[in-house]
Ligand binder design. Structure first.
Ligand SMILES: NC(=O)N[C@@H](CC(=O)O)C(=O)O
Ligand SMILES: [Zn+2]
Ligand SMILES: [Zn+2]
Length: 345
């Protein structure tokens, strides 16, 4: 097959940042996706509906003319999030989820939750309102090996949380392990997961073999090949509780290529094309549309998009970088090729 037309997909996990980043990154997502669940880990974080709606306007100002792209906003859960704040968010129509970052787990998570027990009242309100909890699922205990932090989070935090709140809708974001796949498969219809293109296409060799590759560093960190295979199997299985979320996370080159580089991989410039590579590799191109355009919308209770996008099997070279404020943004596959190309209908 050399041409593939899909319903217009959604990105259910996206970092757009703010200010001068927006005109660089928003057009990449808007070209490919109808909507995106926009992460709230700005500095300071987005914790109120008023902040979320103001941020939404700043994003919309960077959507190119003629493109139809809807940012779906989220709030950042803190130890102090009140049930009233959750209720206001649920009623606003602009806020579609609340994000849990364990304090210190990842980029801009300093205001995150120190003890999930402190959020119980907010979580009960979310369950009542049908507002999903999006989870960065890693423990932060320095004694736990970084490759085990997702598995331990499931055992110590997520399973007990779902016992306390059995009706809460939960999305385990950017899953990276066989254990996360199995947890989601066994859980009820209220539990789902997003899978990134980089975790479908790369294992930890891409980070560490033959030299350290800071542009392949993200959290949760890339895992061994058997985990990548489990993610690819789940994503191409037709199970509606695994769906597309890129976790495209732009950082300036200077913050990545340094002695202590930060976590995040930028993939918005080629996200759908990279998923298409992964699904082709698995012999499952016929399953791509549902993963990319149906299951996420269905889980969030949103209507499916009406438009379409077309991809062609035709190699193109990714730029070495994009101008990004006063610095540069190095995209995934910089200077290398991608096998599928987005074409206008
Ligand atoms: N995934 C990452 O490695 N980084 C994300 C944060 C996150 O999603 O954990 C970022 O905001 O840069
Ligand atoms: Zn995360
Ligand atoms: Zn993320």
């Amino acid at each position: 097959m050399t041409r593939l037309t899909l319903s217009r997909p959604d990105d259910l996990h996206l970092h757009l940042r703010d200010a001068e980043a927006l005109p660089v990154v928003v057009p990449h997502s808007a070209e490919r996706f109808g909507r995106a669940i926009v992460m709230p880990n700005l500095n300071p974080p987005v914790t109120t509906t008023a902040q979320a709606t103001a941020y939404r306007q700043r994003i919309l100002a960077s959507v190119p003319a003629g493109q139809d792209f809807t940012p779906l906003m989220t709030l950042y859960l803190t130890d102090n999030t009140l049930p009233e704040t959750v209720a206001e968010a649920a009623q606003s129509g602009a806020v579609h989820a609340v994000k849990l970052y364990p304090a210190g787990a990842t980029t801009n998570s300093d205001s995150g939750v120190t003890d999930i027990g402190k959020a119980d009242a907010a979580l009960s309100e979310m369950a009542a309102a049908g507002l999903p909890l999006l989870v960065h699922g890693e423990v932060t205990d320095p004694a736990v090996d970084i490759f085990d932090r997702e598995r331990v989070f499931i055992e110590q935090v997520l399973a007990p949380l779902l016992e306390r709140h059995p009706d809460l809708k939960v999305v385990m974001e950017h899953i990276t392990t066989r254990e996360a796949v199995e947890f989601v498969k066994r859980a009820g219809a209220n539990v789902a997961a997003t899978v990134t293109p980089h975790h479908l296409l790369m294992n930890r060799n891409a980070l560490l073999a033959g030299g350290i590759r800071p542009h392949h560093y993200c959290l949760p960190v890339l895992k061994r090949e058997s985990h990548r295979e489990a993610l690819l199997e789940a994503s191409t299985s037709g199970n509606p509780r695994f769906f597309l979320g890129t976790d495209s996370a732009p950082h300036a080159r200077g913050a990545k290529e340094t002695a202590c580089g930060c976590a995040g991989i930028y993939s918005a410039h080629a996200a759908l094309e990279l998923y298409t590579e992964a699904f082709e590799q698995a012999g499952a191109l016929d399953r791509l549309e549902a993963f990319a355009a149906h299951y996420g919308a269905d889980f969030y209770g949103l209507p499916r998009n009406s438009g379409s996008v077309t991809l062609e099997k035709s190699e193109w070279r990714v730029p070495e970088s994009y101008a990004f404020g006063g610095d540069h943004l190095v995209p995934l596959r910089a200077g290398e090729t991608v096998a599928w190309r987005l074409v206008s209908d």
